[in-house]
Design a binder for this molecule. Structure first.
Ligand code: GLN
Length: 391
């Protein structure tokens, strides 16, 4: 070590930078509109924010909350799962509140993945999945989403399973593609999980962000799946407060006990006042969730139609904050080059799928655009794209 700076541990070196940080930095340097990182540019319901404010003023949650989360939030998570999915979640021992869905995911991977265990996931995938598997010393195995619609291919999934496969990491509504898995697709995935006795980690951060009849179905609701599934949710995504970092994991006691055992040694507890506020959010009437979806669907249409007018091939978005486009109609072969050029030509940032895949050919021609922005921002971005990409 003499004279040398300490090195990052080998297993984390490939994760030293993140595509979201890189592209947000490019946005700043080029003065671009950032449709890369997925966060809304308007805050969630005022009454939810008001609960957090009142809690801080009244001293509720200002000191360490209980490690698994404040009972009010755990109860609200259980009520929410019963109300939307008819799932019976034990608010005492079947839920753990975490510092965002990210910590729920990493704690779950750390709790179950032994060194050398394989974790299978569809590609492209959200970047922290790869980092989480590396942190745990596991081996990630990607299965490409396939065809023009970027759908899960069950034969390819089956072919990726080996005797070392321990975990199936699922994400629907899916980031970055905007695909929502159908009941048939989920049933086929569930069959593979049961056949090979796999643990399923289901990242459902975007559970309320689906459009038209592309209903979100938690895989834990399918026969035989509850006992092998840890389901992850996000207060940030469901209530447009991504900076609060309130997430959770729920499932059977034995699995949640293991997740909690790890999680208490990570961030230990998460922002108390925000937990009470998210509990309030989870109990909002159905109209909140319907109007939230309608607003996002309108923004999705605005951006998707504009991107199509610019000549991009739009893969219709069924959920999440994101729409995917194929860049080949504009004469590009790869999304990373397109994104770098577009930052300079049009001053708009998108995220290339290829950097969210191990096999970079899988996502080569696709890029992801975030539409969770104010209509005026989307319109400005589209103006810049139509001028910049044409020149
Ligand atoms: N989940 C968000 C996205 O996919 C934010 C990612 C990040 O900044 N790490 O854009």
């Amino acid at each position: 070590m003499q004279g040398q700076p300490p090195l990052l541990v080998a297993r984390m070196r490939e994760h030293a930078t993140s595509i979201f940080a890189e592209m947000s930095d490019l946005a700043r340097r080029t003065g671009s509109i950032n449709l890369g990182q997925g966060f809304p540019d308007t805050d969630g319901p005022a009454e939810v924010a008001e609960v957090a404010r009142a809690c801080i003023a009244d001293g509720r949650g200002n000191q360490y909350p209980p490690a698994p989360g404040v009972p009010d939030l755990r109860q609200a998570i259980a009520e929410h799962s019963a109300r939307f999915y008819r799932l019976s979640v034990d608010s005492d021992s079947g839920v753990v509140v975490t510092t965002g869905a990210s910590e729920a995911l990493q704690s779950t991977l750390l709790a179950f993945v032994e060194r050398g265990d394989e974790v299978v996931m569809f590609e492209p995938r959200f970047d922290i999945y790869a980092a989480g598997v590396s942190l745990a010393g596991g081996v990630r195995v990607g299965v490409p989403l396939s065809g023009r619609g970027l759908r899960p291919d069950i034969d390819k999934l089956r072919a990726a399973i080996t005797p070392r496969t321990k975990v199936l990491l699922l994400n629907s509504p899916h980031n970055p593609t905007g695909v929502v898995f159908t009941r048939d697709e989920l049933e086929a995935v569930a069959e593979v999980a049961m056949e090979h006795d796999l643990l399923v980690i289901s990242d459902e951060a975007y559970e309320h962000l689906w459009f038209e009849d592309h209903h979100h179905i938690p895989i834990a609701t399918l026969p035989g799946m509850w006992e092998r599934t840890v389901t992850i949710g996000s207060g940030g995504k469901s209530f447009s407060f991504t900076g609060w970092k309130v997430g959770w994991a729920y499932g059977p006691h034995e699995l949640i006990r293991a997740v909690s055992a790890v999680r208490q040694h990570l961030s230990f507890v998460s922002g108390g006042p925000f937990q009470y506020a998210i509990a309030h959010g989870l109990r909002l009437p159905d109209t909140y969730f319907t109007e939230f979806r309608q607003d996002l669907a309108h923004k999705r249409d605005l951006l998707s139609d504009g991107l199509a007018r610019c000549g991009l091939g739009v893969v219709p978005s069924q959920g999440t904050y994101f729409v995917t486009t194929d860049v080949r109609p504009l004469g590009y072969d790869d999304g990373a080059t397109f994104c770098r050029d577009t930052a300079h030509r049009a001053k708009v940032i998108a995220i290339p799928h290829q950097l969210l895949c191990d096999d970079s050919t899988v996502g080569l021609p696709y890029v992801r655009w975030a539409f969770c922005k104010q209509p005026a921002v989307l319109e400005q971005a589209l103006d810049q794209l139509s001028t910049g990409l044409a020149s």
